[in-house]
Design a protein around this ligand. Structure first.
Ligand code: MGD
Ligand code: MGD
Ligand code: SF4
Ligand code: MO
Length: 733
């Protein structure tokens, strides 16, 4: 008999509700769940592919161990024993500092990994780790850390209520929103316009998002910081700054006014290629709108002045009185707060550069150095050379800048252990691969994503096809690997005691008695953590202190979820700076303004490369689903007709794209959706490498655009990669 299982799609921040129609252990059909309180029937094509991911014959179900150039399936015990041998071998021969890790994007979406990856990093004792964070949102982490005191509390544009929405360097048409969780962002843009509001997209490409906006403003990649500084200049110069009720909690308003004084629209217009009049008009429109929200995402982070640009987004929201008010940029109010967003320690000044990387001397920023350092740390001999790497749901060989040197470095490792479900560009070099469960095999409640969601909602999905073969879930694998990487014996790993110890520790910090909390549970794991954070959250039962409050059980009875309302002003709860105020002009960031100024004139006139996404892709790992890759080639170079004519490439022909880092050959797609001077390639492709076991993706392999991204190009003050705005040359291939 066909049955219907209700669950939430874990693939992106839209968190769409799905109806999974299944029979006898097989998915027959996936449809949108119209009763979902959050997504109300919205989905994208990836959501219907969860059954294909589950069935994918290339997906690993058991661990594999390398024997020469072959992988052989192994028992979990044998795989863990081999991990111990590898990890301890590196520690014994080269010391603990020769081990590191890389954590990838699915960690933010996976029920087990998001809640337990911190157990791995703590237990392993590894001090220098890497993550996709430094090719993603690190500039935002730095900006909000300095402005509000916590690196994970991001203001979210209140698109359900705003009158004026400015989208900079984001393309929800493809991405579905990022650090802005809201199902159907484009539908919400249509609604803004339908109620008389206005949407503006600022992007070097006229993306699909522009079809839902009133205006597309093309901008030269990497010049958003000067643009926003000029907007601020206009707000002050024309005396339309109005911080509203925020005045008592702002520090640095006068410094800011002085700092932006030289940034007139005229001073930046040529660099940004945005007319000064347009800058003035946009500044006045934002100021005059009843409510407005400026939103900047990956195009503003993965660029040369990512931190200044990200900071200025918030500054404009503040100067126009839009921070923390409905219709502006607000802090989400999650039912179960994410651990990283809780201020468990007293406020402290941020410190940067507490240590530097060995080879390049890159300063640490919020505990990390640029991920592009990884290859040189593996390849350069000397004390502290990296010999062992654990990758956790990441594919840095494709997704990291300077992918060429990294692909050269990975096979040199004495120990590469990958927690991953496929054999891809990275994991093909592993000594052991430990697979996790498919989304349909595990429960789900988003940990991080509700912390930037436009509404206080919550949804719990149980596993549909719980694995019957006793395989460990990823939270347990993380504990075991962390334990062994820390120098301990596999056979002695006290999984339960470690799990209890962590939760007990958090409970205590939140003012609960650890034993009292633990006495409520028969077993541990991520479900217990969800329950704990619901209970200790705003609506929770507080372990008996508020008996009619919520627990995870509340949500087990509500498969379509519960919606407890829109965002509410809560700056006072979030602020965690030493001053107790919002720091409008943090010296660490403002010190970078001279560098931005110097670059206004110092720019070449060649082509620059930016990245793009597509709704049917998910970074590097969903090209093995036939229904998602079929149709015309998507890995193409987008180029404006004038530029195509100038360099002599034609639509459909092949072009060579060359940067200082490398060359790739791709089919050309001529389109006036690009502004002149800027070309675009998608990231996440290049699946035709030896040993990659992705049978569908190999047939649609594309090229890896990170072969073009030089590792030294970073936003200096955050260490975040510059994969947007790379100087390139295009020639006929
Ligand atoms: N040029 C360029 N490069 C970019 C970007 C760009 O815009 N342009 N974007 C950057 C951004 S924002 C990000 S986040 C990174 C992404 O880069 P990564 O974080 O490294 O992510 P992916 O490349 O998608 O690799 C995800 C890996 O996780 C595995 N995986 C998927 N689901 C699971 C699971 O449930 N469990 C486990 N254990 N493994 C799983 C997949 O097989 C794959 O190997 O790329 C960055 N790189
Ligand atoms: N379908 C799908 N969804 C995804 C992902 C995916 O790979 N596929 N990845 C997920 C991840 S990990 C992330 S981080 C999010 C990212 O989500 P978004 O931030 O929305 O990312 P993109 O869709 O890449 O859109 C970035 C836009 O920035 C523009 N841009 C490039 N450089 C500049 C610049 O200097 N200035 C300005 N103003 N614009 C610039 C590009 O042209 C592009 O249109 O998406 C997530 N959702
Ligand atoms: S937009 Fe697509 S991938 Fe994202 S949650 Fe919804 S169905 Fe899943
Ligand atoms: Mo990302």
């Amino acid at each position: 008999m066909r049955e219907v299982h209700i669950r939430t799609c874990p693939l992106c921040e839209a968190m769409c509700g799905l109806e999974v129609h299944h029979r006898a252990g097989q998915v027959e059909l996936i449809r949108p769940n119209r009763n979902d309180v959050w997504s109300k029937g919205y989905i994208c094509p990836k959501g219907t592919a969860l059954g294909h991911l589950y069935d994918d014959p290339d997906r690993l179900r058991v661990p594999v161990i390398r024997h020469g150039d072959q992988f052989k399936e192994a028992s979990w015990d044998a795989a863990f024993e081999r991990c111990e041998e590898l990890l301890h071998g590196v520690r014994d021969r080269h010391g603990a500092e020769a081990l590191t890790y890389y954590i990838g994007n699915p960690a933010a979406h996976n029920h087990s990994i998001s809640r337990y990856v911190g157990h791995f990093t703590t237990l392993s004792g590894i001090e220098m780790g890497y993550s996709a964070g430094t090719v993603d949102q690190w500039p935002k982490n730095v900006a909000v850390r300095l402005m509000y005191g916590n690196s994970w509390t991001f203001p979210v544009p209140d698109i359900d209520r705003t009158d004026y929405f400015v989208v900079m360097g984001a393309n929800p048409h493809a991405s579905q929103g990022s650090l802005l969780a809201s199902a159907d962002v484009l539908g919400k843009m249509d609604a803004i316009r339908a109620r008389g509001g206005r949407c503006v997209v600022i992007d070097p490409r006229r993306t699909g998002t522009c079809d839902h906006a009133d205006e597309w403003v093309p901008i030269v990649p990497g010049t958003d910081a000067p643009f926003l500084l000029a907007v601020a200049n206009v707000l002050f110069a024309d005396e339309v700054v109005d911080v509203g009720g925020l005045a008592p909690v702002l520090n640095g308003l006068e410094q800011l006014e002085a700092l932006v004084a030289r940034w007139t629209p005229e001073s930046v217009a040529a660099t940004c290629r945005i007319p000064a009049d347009t800058i003035r008009r946009l500044a006045h429109e934002i100021a005059a709108a009843p409510t407005a929200a400026v939103y900047g995402r990956i195009g503003l982070c993965n660029q040369e002045f990512g931190t200044v640009a990200s900071w200025m987004v918030d500054v404009i929201n503040i100067l126009t009185g839009n921070l923390d008010r409905p219709g502006g940029a607000m802090f989400a109010n999650p039912i179960a707060p994410a651990l990283a967003t809780l201020a468990l320690d007293p406020p402290a000044e941020a410190e940067f550069g507490r240590w530097t990387s060995r080879v390049r001397g890159a300063p640490e920023v919020l505990g990390q150095v640029p991920v592009s350092c990884l290859s040189e740390e593996i390849l350069t001999p000397g004390d502290g050379q990296i010999r062992g790497l654990v990758t956790i749901c990441g594919n840095p060989a494709v997704s990291s800048p300077a992918a060429g040197p990294l692909q050269e470095a990975l096979p040199r490792l004495e120990c590469l252990i990958s927690m991953d479900n496929w054999i891809n560009a990275t994991t093909r070099h592993a000594h052991v691969i430990l697979p996790g469960l498919s989304p349909l095999e595990q429960p789900h409640w988003d940990e991080m994503i509700w912390s930037w969601a436009t509404r206080s909602a919550g949804k719990y999905s149980p596993a549909l096809f719980p694995p019957t073969d006793g395989r460990p879930e990823e939270w347990e694998i993380l504990i075991r690997l962390g334990w062994m990487a820390g120098g301990n014996r596999h056979g002695e790993c006290p999984v339960e005691a470690i799990d209890d110890g962590f939760l007990g520790g958090i409970a205590q910090k939140l003012g609960y008695d650890a034993d009292h909390v633990l006495s409520h549970y028969d077993s541990g794991g991520p479900d217990r953590m969800v329950d704990f954070f619901i209970r200790t959250g705003k609506w929770g039962d507080q372990f008996g202190r508020r008996p009619d409050g919520m627990t995870l059980e509340t949500f087990r009875h509500e498969p379509h979820g519960l919606d407890l309302g829109p965002m509410v002003p809560r700056l006072d709860e979030v602020l965690h700076t030493v001053s107790g105020k919002v720091e409008l002009a943090p010296p660490y960031i403002t010190a970078d303004l001279d560098r931005v100024w110097d670059r206004l004139t110092d720019r070449g006139d060649g082509l620059t490369l930016v990245s793009r996404r597509h709704v049917r892709s998910n970074n590097s790992w969903m090209h093995n689903v036939k229904t998602l890759v079929k149709g015309k080639d998507r890995c193409t170079l987008l180029i404006h007709p004038d530029d195509a004519a100038a360099v002599g490439v034609a639509d459909g022909a092949r072009a060579a794209v060359t940067s200082e880092e490398g060359t790739v050959e791709v089919p050309v797609e001529v389109s006036d959706e690009m502004m002149t001077g800027v070309v675009s390639l998608p990231h996440g492709w290049g699946h035709d490498l030896d040993g990659v076991r992705l049978s569908v993706a190999r047939e649609h392999h594309g090229v890896n655009n990170n072969l073009l991204a030089p590792g030294h190009l970073v936003d200096v003050i955050s260490g975040n990669a510059v994969v947007n705005g790379i100087p390139v040359e295009v020639t006929p291939a």
